[in-house]
Design a protein around this ligand. Sequence first.
Ligand code: PLP
Length: 461
Amino acid sequence: MTAPMALARPSPNALWEMDRRHSLHPWTNFGPFEREGSLVISRGEGCYLWDAEGRQYLDAVGGLWCTNIGLGRKEMAQAIAEQAERLAFSNTFVDVTNDPSARLALRLAELAPGDLNRVMFTTGGSTAVDTAVRTVAYYQTCMGRPEKTDIVARDYSYHGSTYLAQSVGKRPGDRVPEFRYKEEGIHHLSVPNPYRRPEGMSEAAFCDALVAEFEALIARVGADRIGGFIAEPIQASGGVIVPPEGYLRRIWEVCQRHDILFIADEVVTSFGRLGHWFASWDLFGVQPDMICTAKGLTSGYVPLGALILSDRMWEAMAADGSRWFTAGFTYSGHPVSCAAGLKNIDIMEREGLLAHADRVGGYFEARMAALADLPLIGDVRGRRLMLCVESVADKATKAVLPDEANESKRISNAAEAMGLLVRPMGHLNVMSPPLVITEAQVDFIAETLERAIVQVTDELV
Ligand code: PLP
């Protein structure tokens, strides 16, 4: 019998074709995918990616808000390999643990604000959110309030892709009729987007109106029914929305008055993206009852998420001494993922990446602000390493372009041809580069994106 022939290394076209024939991509549009397939990425280092044909791109998308320490770090690969060799897997169900899981739980408790000292590891952001939302009912039931389980979220929020996480999220484009969502017991408030606030209203009055809307909802539904509120401190995929000054803190104060648990979805905003480990307290003065994190927690090297909850909640849930917390995942506390999480924190601390992100993020904000002068750009917004530009048909009325214009995808395509990756999202082009980005690389992003916008503007007229 002859040995089977070794497969030749597939050419980029063969990979592209394999993927096109056999993959079902997250958030894909069937038509363009059938026609155009995918960009095949084969290597990454720092802020750069290379495709299968060797073309280099500066990845201003940061993977997907996640490659915080930058790609290609040998010591990270080594930490992952060493842990995989020592103990690739051990579950953490009931009363078993492992070295990296216990150590990372301690590190997260040290880094998280206030009394957030209990960590449930998950497989990513969606499962952290899903667990947090379920834990609202659990906690309120333990407090003798089994009816207090409704959840309040906001329009344009994105909290992940499990059934429950996607039901609390509400980005308009995601709510396709082919899928189903849980409606009962979930309420959505208006998106706190200052750029799209009612004409003639000051930002302070807009903030008052948003808080009043929350109070009116509580009055209508009943504080005895609303158990939790969930928010991204800065809404990421819903449009990089920085709420009006004081908004989050005032919403938190309303939550406290009505015993409503505040869940901060910091899947994007933690681990240095805004220059802090966590943004809720450091930037917005909010002490959440639960924080969900993922992405920058391992800088995307391996999947991991975490739900961090308060001692106050833990004490209420554990008080009885006999209850079962029936939630968790096979890969909760995965030793390899947790080893990556520990190494990620070491690298961030050793290299001062939070301070760097704060500094270079300030420069990024300033450089991008200049793009607001372009005729196509209505708004440039965000903070530090989480920014976007919004295209409009008319800067005065803020009217959007018709769908056929497809301008944000065209801007991203034009930038891609110039060696820059930015993410098209509705009428936005979004950026969240690795924290290790330099000022020279920021200059490249600003100049290239400007050229791409000008090119597309010329094509549109
Ligand atoms: N929450 C927020 C704010 C996110 O941006 C995301 C993903 O982009 C998630 C949750 C879901 O995380 P994951 O995709 O890791 O499940």
